[in-house]
Design a protein around this ligand. Sequence first.
Ligand code: SF4
Length: 466
Amino acid sequence: MKVDVDYKKDVYTRAQELVSELGEKLGRVPTAAVITFGCQMNARDSEKLIGILKVAGFSIIEEESADFVLYNTCTVRDNANQKVYGHLGIANGFKKKNPLMRIGLCGCMMQEPTVIEKIKHSYRFVNLIFGTHNIHKFPEYLVSCLEQDDMIIDIWKEGTEIEENLPVERKYSFKSGVNIMFGCNNFCSYCIVPYVRGRERSRDAKEIVRECEKLASEGVVEVMLLGQNVNSYGKGLENGISFPELLKEIEKIEGIKRIRFMTSHPKDLSEELIQVMKESKKICRHLHLPLQSGSTKLLKRMNRCYDKEQYIALAKHIREEIPDIALTTDLIVGFPGETPEDVDDTIDVIKQVEYDNAFTFIYSKRTGTPAASYEDQVPEAESHVQFNRVLEVVQEMARKRAAVYEGQIMEALIEEMNENDPSLVSGRLSNNMIVHFPGDESMIGSIVKVKLNECKGFYYLGEKVD
Ligand code: SF4
């Protein structure tokens, strides 16, 4: 269901009045900060939260000393929660010095009832708590929050509404994330996401295309389509289209030069998608295909719905169809019950697929997931030994793959100035690798041809060519 946003006009007007009153009391423009933890979905949500705060009249800063601080939390690991409690302590220190300050919490961690209880009892200074399903209500919460210094809590168990047209403050002028779906139905046994983000819901394709067109008209050249499992986009939508069909629609938009997406669950990756990627001039030559483990036994326990052989066959087929594609993955080491032989299987897949890169994590028990109650948890010291084995092979493969492109000329989207050397700019290739080369700030946001002179393992040094 789409929400009618017109009623919000009054809410925004009231928010602006309250922010202006706050400014009179402070003798300056009130400041706001959104501190983001976790994944790209959260980063995108934060752009919307910042957009709303900006419309309300706040000046946006990045410090936790702001007059309004909102923590957009992640709960994918137990220690992510601890981090947030630590930050709340810092914010409370600032609030003691600035009694007009307001502190808010939102995001995945807030969907857990035990967290809410803890905050209610031990962090009484928090003003606002809301979850992942009611982010569109933030303007109203903001008004209530500015009118009183109590604790406002509103957590929804599930989300049925997808709000369009929220104001957004984009971090980059030339690239943007675009949500195409929310939630996940897969229940991988180690993952909390389906419990805190709810069931899969796809956005209407017309709304997605409209958003991309608007972004293109504002100068965005690259869109990153976001969803926990983009390959099942469209399921459950009346007259919905498939993910490959959606990609074809976005490809038609003039001004959009690059299309990326994440994340792709291997079990739902279709032949149609491979063919659409192969034919496309705009879809980037990069596919992130999480493996998690190469052991069929563990994949079953993880509830991943594919086995080692199926995954290898799929990856090899993709490489045959699109030879210049970069394949990256996620790996978990130390999942309950994992033996050195299971890790041998993971290493075997890494060698056969030759990943361009892999994010390797040591399994961390996540309270509330089935795997957390498995009895055969792997001792930490053993996980570290196996992690190092895996990392070594991942790095060897990544170096091998990167070396293939040395000396070639490729297009790079210039994203920023190099952090260490002000005479260099940093650009991203279609295959997601980074190249540093001489340039200046005026080039940021443009796509240029670059010769990859020297491969430095995980990045290149290059030069712009005409
Ligand atoms: S696909 Fe699995 S790992 Fe990914 S969000 Fe869904 S449950 Fe979590």
